[in-house]
Design a protein around this ligand. Sequence first.
Ligand code: ZN
Length: 356
Amino acid sequence: MVTGIIYDDRYLQHKTGHHVESPDRLIATMNLIKEMNLLESSDFTLLEPKMATVDEIKWVHDEDMIEKARLTSLKAKGGKLQCLDLGDTVLSEESFDVSLLAAGGAITAVDAILEGKVDSAFALVRPPGHHANQFRSSGFCVFNNMAIMAEYALLQENINRVAIFDIDLHHGNGTSDIFYDRDDVLFFSSHQDGRSQYPGSGFPDEIGEGKGEGYTVNVPLAPGAKDDVVQEIFSQIIKPVFLQYDPDFILGSIGCDAHHGDPLSGLAFSFQGYGNYVKGFKEIADKCCNGRVALTLEGGYRVDNVAKIVVNILHALAGKELPFVEDATASGDNLKAYHRKLMKTLKKNLGKLWTF
Ligand SMILES: [Zn+2]
């Protein structure tokens, strides 16, 4: 089994000034990958991302929004950083091209699997993408890399159903919006509850609409939730839904900001919690779609932790033992009871389509 790592130094050229979403996130990650000699091992291979075309970005985004990103990036000429949208998405002169390369990296991850070069892949890209919807860049995201990779996968003749998991601290609202009325994409997001975290959405009654009803699954976790709660929800809700959906490809939005050490986090995942979470999806992929899993990087802001989480996830994809294991504590009784109640609600809301 070979796992592809998609990376290019050009991802560092998206400059954001004093901002948590900084090039250091990828520098630290690649340094750790190199320090551990992963690229010399036969389990991993480095792949060069292709550049997405504007036509490929148009699969999911409105033309005006793409043009706004291009013009804003142009305005940043000479080092004058610019803000897109509400001000949290900062662009430098190079950002428009780097955003095309981020979307292209996501496409490359799917392509490398389809071509049989690798069995699974992780696109280590920035800027991230999952908060960008059809009409708006936001939350540090310019284009929705995940949605573009899903559309690319669905263009293939033998791929009719794609399942996406999003395990960032924040609800993947952009991806959710894009596929909300579709049944060819199953979208699952676990995130810190929107009542205490950006972007304030992703509640259990948001289950999709029209043809897409039942194909959006939101698990808003209470602040403080640890690995044990996530594992229980995975086996009782997520695994049955994914297995019944029987996808032809599984895609994952990986945010490392749900770790207990992240400066933005109200959740408390551990290093091995992340590895085991992804391992669960890989096992579903082994059953449904020849193990085809392609991931793309979203958030995560304590850079040394981002590096360790990414390395653990790479090992999970490659079927190897996780190198980073920390002392993990259990969620208290109140948190366990809260999430059991949440699971009951989810089973009720989704019971029309799925059997639990
Ligand atoms: Zn996030």
